[in-house]
Design a protein. Structure first.
Length: 111
């Protein structure tokens, strides 16, 4: 079975955050990380070992307190959890070219 999850809107932009796109991307990546952790039924101690982060950071990750995590680090977590990460670059839509950046995260789970 194949499941696709796509992020399509950005509540951080609606709230006026200057780094709205980065915040939304971090949340999208964290949703995927947390879903994989749940699917694998990993305990926080296991996650701490796999991701090489202290248990309090695992708790922060699972509670979406993302100030200590960069997009790059979240992508690294995905690879450490056994995922292939693919970054796809394509021409932007006209609305994006006018100065509104956009990022899209798609997660495909196979079961």
């Amino acid at each position: 079975m194949k499941h696709n999850i796509e992020s399509t809107h950005n509540p951080f932009a609606a709230l006026g955050f200057a780094d709205a796109e980065e915040r939304a991307l971090k949340v999208d990546l964290t949703v995927i990380v947390n879903r994989i952790i749940q699917q694998k039924r990993l305990r926080q101690a296991d996650v701490s070992t796999i991701l090489s982060i202290p248990q309090p950071r695992v708790s922060a990750l699972q509670n979406y307190k993302l100030d200590h995590f960069s997009v790059e680090r979240l992508l690294e977590f995905l690879t450490l959890l056994g995922q292939n990460v693919e970054i796809r670059i394509s021409p932007a839509a006209a609305s994006v070219r006018k100065g509104r950046p956009a990022a899209k995260v798609t997660f495909t789970a196979r079961s």
